[in-house]
Design a protein around this ligand. Structure first.
Ligand SMILES: Nc1ncnc2c1ncn2[C@@H]1O[C@H](COP(=O)(O)OP(=O)(O)OP(=O)(O)O)[C@@H](O)[C@H]1O
Length: 577
């Protein structure tokens, strides 16, 4: 609530004008039954055609003024609601960007997307409805009752009896359905999550013939939601018959009392019709009010969930040191791990235990080990995607935590296992590496990553269009372009995290040779399960179940490291086959 108000404060004028125009509309609406009553009592009763036409014009004028007020109110309410949600979305996105991978892992991508999209939309709807209805509906309810009293106190007593009964029914149903609506919202979130997972993983699902299982999984969740919605719908469905029953009984009473009083000459026929219209207006507004309260409840629940994300603070404090101020001394290791341990949030075993090694500037380091042995975890700590839970990761002799994260990540380029490109031209994608990269710099990076040939064959060359995620490229082409994107930056430390796995051996070898041939060759980490990709490295780190099983050159490890021997001979036997 506090947060919504924080954003709404920027739209104070709109927040005042929207309800005011709605009240203006309501005021004119309250006059309509009186005009209709006058048409009956004066125009029709007196057969005065001129009067009837005149009053019809008054009705049209009231409708036009009401409509104009309503549109104006809608404009201001929408401006405030959309403005509030835009600001909130912007800040939430910025906040999410500031979170470290640890928090992102804990919250989950799917949840974050739901907060950014449907939750903020719900808040926007809630704000819009509140601005339009929170004054208007009570105003009409009480206004109609007062108008009824001005017509006839005795007949208006029917209103005094009916309104509380109607309020109890409407709000009673609303209160009983409120927790159920929360469950519906959770069910919707689940469906959204399944849909998102399925759409992003559609290729894998088809490759594994999992369509039927996925359709079944979706159907199950959808049916659960359907049952819940039907149940809530049935309770909410009681609202109309019950309220209409009360209103109709009240109307019968009104007409009965009215008829008696018309006979006695205390009331006119038109006044009875006016009383009837006021009763109808009250009913409509009470139903609107109930919907408003349901929407407020949903909006507040969503706002709380959004607040929950805002409440998560990054566990990664930014340092002050600019990395360009270090690294002048070539005798200091470019990367050093000192007794490093890593345990991911959410418990479980340590992913890395007591890792110690150092790498001098310009050296090539291979990281090898079985699946889940901790290779990616190890290199991810160099660019501070995760912080060591124990020990120290140092770059140029200083703890990575001392560096300003932006300068650190400009210095360390990571090519991730999953080759991900973004919608846009090849040039746009390359400029992710360096904003102001010239075409020459891009071509140089394409040369190193062995991508020039296929890029030059594409229509438009650097302007060739890449679909979202790089779907219109082959796996190997995607990998080469992600490597080129990292090379454009000319990083001091380059990490290839199993990022050449889709390349053939000759291209893989040509890539490594080109990197080593660069004028200022980076300190290079090659993570791979293929011994052939890193056997020429200056140093190979062999990981086994999160621990270092051996560090040394290929020859040293082949002579003395059992895990390395196992990996190497298993592959060379395989490759020889
Ligand atoms: N974000 C994470 N949250 C929790 N646990 C994780 C996370 N990332 C990795 N792990 C766990 O840490 C261990 C090491 O994983 P890591 O990805 O570093 O292995 P790897 O050697 O790179 O494997 P692969 O070769 O299959 O990519 C695994 O047990 C994995 O389940």
């Amino acid at each position: 609530m506090k947060r919504i108000w924080m954003y709404l404060k920027m739209y104070k004028k709109e927040c005042v004008l929207a309800p005011l125009f709605k009240m203006l509309e309501a005021t004119f609406e309250l006059f309509v039954p009186l005009v209709v009553s006058a048409i009956i009592d004066v125009g029709i009763a007196g057969a005065d055609k001129g009067y009837i036409v005149k009053m019809c014009f008054v009705l049209v004028a009231l409708a036009i003024i009401g409509l104009t007020s309503s549109i104006t109110a809608q404009y201001f309410a929408a401006k405030a609601a959309v403005g509030c949600s835009t600001q909130m979305r912007h800040h939430l996105f910025k906040h999410i960007q500031s979170l470290s991978f640890t928090e992102m892992d804990t919250i989950g991508t799917s949840t974050l997307i739901t907060r950014m999209t449907s939750d903020i939309n719900q808040v926007q709807n809630g704000v819009n409805l509140v601005l339009r209805l929170f004054l208007r509906s009570p105003f009409i309810v009480f206004g109609a009752m007062i108008m009824a009293f001005t017509i006839d106190v005795k007949a208006a007593l029917v209103f005094v009896g009916a309104i509380p009964i109607l309020a109890v029914i409407v709000f009673g149903i609303m209160l009983s359905t409120r927790p159920l609506y929360k469950k519906v919202q959770a069910g919707l979130d689940k469906i959204l999550g399944i849909t998102r997972e399925n759409l992003t993983g559609v290729r894998v699902i088809r490759a594994f013939n999992k369509e039927n299982e996925e359709v079944y999984r979706f159907k199950k969740s959808n049916e659960e939601l359907n049952h819940l919605q039907k149940f809530v719908g049935k309770i909410s469905g009681l609202m109309n018959p019950l309220t209409y029953a009360v209103v109709n009984i009240s109307i019968i009473l009104l007409i009965w009392i009215g008829a008696v009083r018309v006979n006695s000459g205390t009331l006119t026929q038109g006044q009875v019709v006016a009383l009837y219209n006021y009763m109808s207006q009250i009913l409509v507004e009470l139903i609107k009010l109930a919907n408003l309260v349901i929407n407020i409840t949903k909006a507040l629940a969503c706002a709380n969930r959004i607040d929950g994300v805002f409440a998560v603070k990054s566990s990664m404090a930014d340092g002050k040191l600019d990395i360009s101020e270090t690294g002048k001394n070539t005798q200091v290791p470019a990367v050093e791990f000192k007794n490093v341990c890593l345990k991911y949030a959410g418990g479980g075993e340590e992913a890395l235990t007591d890792i110690n090694f150092s790498v001098m500037p310009g050296e090539t380091v291979g990281v090898i080990g079985g699946t889940g042995s901790g290779k990616s975890s190890l290199v991810n700590m160099i660019a501070r995607f995760y912080d060591a839970t124990e020990g120290e990761v140092k770059i140029n002799g200083r703890n990575v935590k001392e560096y300003n994260i932006e300068s650190l990540r400009n210095h360390v380029a990571v090519v991730m296992q999953k080759a991900l490109l973004f919608k846009g031209s090849i040039r746009d994608n390359m400029k992710w590496g360096k904003k102001d990269a010239t075409d020459d710099e891009i071509m140089e990076a394409l040369d190193i990553s062995q991508s020039r040939e296929f890029v030059e064959k594409k229509d438009g060359k650097l302007d060739a269009f890449i679909d979202q995620g790089g779907k219109n490229l082959s796996g190997g082409q995607r990998q080469r372009l992600t490597i080129a994107r990292a090379m454009v930056r000319k990083p001091d430390i380059l990490i290839l995290d199993d990022s050449a796995s889709a390349l053939d051996f000759a291209t893989d070898a040509a890539l490594r040779k080109a990197i080593r041939g660069m004028k200022s060759s980076p300190t290079l980490f090659i993570v791979s399960q293929r011994a052939a990709s890193l056997m020429h490295a200056d140093k190979i780190i062999v990981l086994d179940d999160g621990k270092v099983a051996g560090i040394g050159t290929h020859d040293e490890l082949l002579a003395g490291c059992e895990v390395y021997q196992e990996i190497y001979y298993s592959q060379f036997k395989k490759e020889a086959m």
